[in-house]
Every structure is written in C-alpha cells, then in structure tokens.
Design a protein around this ligand. Structure first.
Ligand code: PLP
Length: 470
C-alpha cells in the first residue's frame, strides 16, 4: 500500500515510512492511495474471530509488504494481551436501541490504548533495522500522553517528549504520565492551552534546528497507524450487531477527529455504517463545520471533558480532502488560507459529501451530566463524561427519529469513569474505583519540567535533552 499527502507535495511512502513519519513534509496528512474494499461475503466471514485476528484481517491491506502476516499477527496478539477483557472492546447494551462500545480496557483506561499499544510495538519492530533512535514529540489534552508514554516506555530505539497544558489535565491523567520512570520518557508542562502545545509540535516537525539532528516521529492521531488500528473496533462492534446484513450507527465523542475518521474509513472499506455522529462539547468547531460549513477557530474553553477541549481538529483535513474528490492542490490552498485566517468555509461539494455520512451534536455541561445520570439510573452503568457527550448526541438523534429505530446506535465509551472522578461524582453522587491494574498512582513520585508557552523555550529544551544525535 502506498500513502499520499493530503496536500500533494510530500514523498509517497509505504506503511513503514508513514508509521515513522507523522505529519507529511508539506504540512499535510498521509492517507492510503486507495481504500481497500471488503465485499459483503468477506465481511460476513469475519464474524466470530478473536479481536487480534480480526485486527490482522482488517489491517493487512494497509500494512502491505511492510510486515509479513505472521509478524503482524505476533504484534496484534502482544498488543491486545495487555487488555483486561477477553473481547478487548466489549459491547454493553443500554436499552433497545443504544449500546456502549467499551474502549477503555487497556493499561491507561482510555480508547487511545487500543491504537497506541500496537503503535509502540510497530515502532520497536521498524526501528530495530535502523541505527538512529526515533524522537517522538507529542502534545496531549490528557489521554494521548499517558497512552503514548505507556506504549513506548522502556522500548528500545525510541524516546518521547510529551507536552501537556499545565493545570488542564486531570490529576489522574497527569500522574499516569509523570509517574512513569523509564529514562526514555520526558514530560513537559507548558503554561498554555492544548492548542498552543499542538501548534508547537506541528512547528517542530518543520524546524531544522531539530530535524537536522533528530528523526522526529508522531504519536498524535495524525499518525496513520493509529487511525488504522481504530478501524478494527468499528468492525468488531458492527459484526456483533448483525453486519453486513444490518446497518449500524456510531456516536463518537470527538476532539481531534481521529476516532470518528476511523469510522469513516470502516465505511469506505464496505462496512454498512448508517451514520457517524460527531459529538462535541462547548468547543464545537466541528459541529459548526458539519452543520453550517463554518470551520473557524473559536475561543478555547476548559470543560469537564478535557480530552475534547480542542479547537483545531487536525484529522478533519483528511475528511476535507476526501470530500473535495481528493484534489490536493485545492486542499492545500484551502488549508493555507485556514492557517492565515483561522477560518475556512467548506465548499458545497464538501458540505454535501460530509452531510451524507456525518451528523453533529454539541453537549452542554448539563446535557453531559444528565446523560451520565440517565445511564446510571436506567441502565446501571457508570460512564465517564466524554462517553456521556457521545451518549447525549446518540439519544438526541434517536429521540428526534433522525435514525431509524431498527438501527442500533453504538456510543463509543472512550474512557473509564474512574479517570474523571469529579464529574462522575457531580452527576451521580458516587465515583468508580480505579481498576487495580493501574497501580497506586498517588504513592509514586512525579517527574516533569514546567516551561512557558513560548515556542523557542520548548524547542530548545527538547533540543538539549534529546539523545538521538546523528
Ligand atoms: C482523545 C479522546 C477523545 C477524542 O478523540 P479524537 O480521536 O481526538 O477525536 C474523546 N474522549 C476521550 C476520553 C479521549 O481520550
């Protein structure tokens, strides 16, 4: 499989190249040159497979020649062994039409483990053949950081610098990052927002002070391998609910648009997806883009769903590219305008293409708390606030009969409720216990550096500490 940039000006890469690269050199994002397609019969033949085997079948066309099927199977088995549920991503029924897809059974209690546990192994496997280490630089609004750190801690040939916005991640999220003692892990708190941190990271990928000396890699959801790994659970859920003979809708708590874009990929591959519901909090740039065609950056708000406190959703560029008929030149011009004015108007073809598959809903804090209470009181399920944003959107759609009552609606449960105890307590008066597998986070020593939000300070800090000298 060959991978091309959304902006058309970067080298074409294979799967190994795209896994180790992150952002394309022209500022775009990599996508497969074409979508692999599974027929109905091929999809039906996937029913009942163990998760790791399903992952091999779904990912093999994307991996191409970069790994043998045998090697890919070894990595999938190893990645999903660390999950504490035999199904890896179990489905839980809430009522006649609504389901939860629990994606938080990995080591750091959020859905990002599903992709990052595999990505850590892919890095180690591909870097074995290389002389230089890979320096991973990432920004996190909370969950990416801990999942990425746990994926690469102690692995050979990789080091990681993770930026988080000071005071804007929960204490548990922070401790999950800062208590990891492996020497290849470096945490940096910056006095700014997640968007500041993310824009620094983007800039560092194109900064010769770093790129002349280091091989820089990404673990943010702009990394193609992450999206690819997330496609698997859309298949897993839909197959259990009757695919390919029955359509399924998904409601996805959305920040950087990675998770829901994986649902789009599943649909392109032939999975009968009725609708993808983009659920946002008060940071609603995506809801405005999908409903009104207005992709313009607003003020960044801190909410009870910090992993979705994102204004610029990097992966949305992939959808804009798909929806303009993959016209890289037009997309590059559109994104250049966006870079300058922080606003972009979708063209009519983009709006129409996107509306055919996506709906968007925004949840207020009251909606979020109400959804948590509803799940607890009516279904006995304690859910985290991010999941609740998704459930609110799902229920809004079904109550308005915008989705056929015969179509199951699966809300992606993106975090374990114990990760966000304050919001859970506020909603239902009790909180969930941390599963034993995370250990005693509050007894361990924290390690991190605090820096100003200034770009040069962050860049120089990393330049002086990275070991990946050429
Ligand atoms: C990262 C995250 C999201 C947002 O996912 P994207 O892929 O960035 O859209 C939602 N919920 C939780 C709990 C997360 O950690």
């Amino acid at each position: 499989m060959r991978y091309i940039s959304t902006r058309g000006g970067a080298p074409v890469l294979d799967f190994e190249g795209v896994t180790l690269t992150g952002l394309a050199s022209d500022g775009g994002l990599y996508l497969p040159q074409e979508w692999p397609h599974f027929s109905s019969d091929e999809i039906a033949a996937l029913r009942g497979l163990p998760y790791a085997e399903l992952a091999v079948r779904i990912m093999a066309p994307f991996v191409g020649e970069s790994l043998s099927e045998h090697e890919l199977r070894d990595l999938c088995v190893q990645a999903y062994e660390s999950f504490d549920h035999a199904a890896v991503t179990p489905l839980v029924q809430l009522d006649q039409q609504h389901w939860l897809l629990e994606l938080f059974h990995g080591p750091t209690l959020a859905f990002k483990d599903v992709a990052l546990q595999l990505l850590g192994l892919l890095f180690e496997r591909f870097l074995k053949k290389r002389e230089r280490p890979l320096t991973i630089i990432g920004a996190t609004s909370g969950d990416t950081g801990s999942a990425a750190i746990h994926a690469v801690a102690g692995r050979e040939g990789v080091e990681i610098f993770m930026l988080h916005p000071e005071g804007r991640v929960s204490e548990i999220q922070r401790r999950q990052m800062t208590t990891v003692s492996a020497a290849n892990v470096h945490n940096i708190a910056i006095a700014g927002s997640f968007d500041d941190a993310q824009s620094h990271v983007k800039r560092m990928f194109a900064d010769s002070v770093l790129t002349d000396r280091l091989d820089i890699g990404a673990v943010n959801s702009i990394n193609w391998a992450r999206l690819m790994a997330q496609v698997v659970y859309y298949f897993a859920a839909a197959l259990q609910l009757g695919a390919p003979d029955r359509k399924v809708a998904f409601s996805v708590p959305t920040g950087n648009f990675g998770d829901v874009f994986a649902g789009y990929v599943a649909a392109q591959m032939g999975l009968p997806v009725e609708r993808l519901i983009v659920a946002t909090n008060k940071n609603d740039i995506l809801a405005r883009a999908i409903r009104d065609g207005d992709y313009s950056v607003g003020e960044s708000h801190a909410t009870i769903t910090p992993s979705m406190d994102i204004q610029v959703s990097s992966n949305f560029e992939r959808l804009l590219f798909e929806a303009n008929g993959r016209d890289a030149a037009a997309l590059a011009a559109q994104m250049e305008g966006f870079g300058a004015s922080k606003a972009l108007a979708l063209d009519p073809a983009q709006r129409e293409g996107i509306a055919a598959m996506f709906s968007a809903h925004r949840a207020t804090p009251e909606d979020t708390l109400a959804a948590m209470r509803w799940a607890y009181e009516n279904c006995g399920e304690v859910i985290d606030p991010h999941t609740a944003v998704g459930l609110h959107a799902a229920c809004s759609m079904t109550m308005a009969e915008e989705i056929d009552p015969a179509v199951p609606v699966v809300t992606l449960a993106t975090a374990h409720p114990a990760k966000f105890p304050d919001a859970v307590k506020q909603a239902i008066g009790t909180s969930a216990d941390l599963p034993a597998r995370v250990g005693d986070l509050f007894a361990l020593e924290e390690r991190f550096d605090t820096l100003s939000a200034e770009y040069d300070a962050v860049r120089d800090h990393i330049a002086s500490r990275a070991s990946g000298t050429r």
